[in-house]
Design a protein. Structure first.
Length: 267
């Protein structure tokens, strides 16, 4: 360990908040599987029991941010939302999943890692705490943990979906500019589309809310001409979400092909 690197540890939440308050420039880490180098001052939260818990309720799951990916996968395919399980099942190797945490996957700066797409589509909410209060924010509004706060819980709603599509794009078991994840969720009722979610996460992330709202209530099946128009709209939204970021055309084409494929599954 280089002499200019200091690692701190905490055994409970009180110790975490004390160190956040008293040590400037402190970076919180979980399994450190995605870090190229440690920050100057690092706080490991892996040993904090309150952050390693998992609870299942009637309408949602609560995951502590230090719960490992292997732990969530072990809960089982029939007990975790299908797109979340598929994302976990195809990620990394068992050794990495035994170390990597769900909180680290969400909070890693820069490229949006694989779990962000299913969590975005599932309307996940994040619990943030400091010593005085607790705030809940939708993951759609998350841009980083505020200074002095700690991500303490990831709340994932439990819902049944008739159509659930997850795809990971790019090379396996490594993150590159070509890496991304796509999720499509849909429910129907009386021959109409009653609910819809479309999410993408890679170099940037977005939920296609405009397209979702436009499609809800549509009669099924959606005509081929309408699907072509919807795919064009999805492409325009993709470009707006990317902003000034340079995105390879192949990645955009893959996204649009998945939108088209998913819409064609609605009958």
């Amino acid at each position: 360990m280089a002499s200019d690197k200091t690692i701190f540890y905490a055994n409970n939440l009180d110790e975490v908040f004390y160190q956040l308050k008293t040590i400037s420039g402190l970076r919180i880490v979980g399994g450190c599987t995605a870090m190229g180098a440690l920050a100057e001052k690092t706080l490991s939260i892996r040993a904090v029991p309150e952050l390693r818990t998992f609870d299942k309720f009637e309408r949602h799951f609560d995951f502590g941010p230090a719960v490992t990916l292997a732990h969530i996968e072990a809960i089982g395919q029939n007990n975790v939302p299908s797109v979340l399980y598929e994302a976990l099942h195809g990620m990394a190797n068992p050794q990495v999943k035994n170390l990597a945490t769900i909180g680290g996957n969400i909070c890693h700066p820069g490229h949006k890692h694989t779990l962000n797409a299913p969590l975005l589509a599932l309307d996940t909410r994040l619990e943030m705490r400091n010593e005085q209060k607790t705030d809940y924010i939708p993951i759609t509004q998350f841009s980083g943990v505020p200074e002095g706060y700690l991500l303490t819980k990831i709340r994932v709603p439990i819902e049944e979906w008739e159509v659930a599509v997850f795809r990971r794009l790019g090379p396996a078991h490594v993150i590159t500019d070509m890496s991304a994840a796509f999720v499509f969720l849909a429910n129907t009722q009386n021959g109409q589309l009653s609910n819809l979610r479309i999410a993408f996460a890679g170099g940037f992330w977005f939920r296609s809310l405009e397209l979702e709202n436009k499609l809800i209530g549509s009669h099924l099946p959606i005509p081929a001409t309408s699907i072509r128009e919807l795919v064009r709209e999805a492409g325009a939204q993709f470009d707006r979400a990317a902003g000034n970021m340079t995105v390879t055309p192949i990645l955009k084409d893959q996204f649009l092909n998945l939108v088209k494929y998913s819409l064609e599954q609605l009958t």
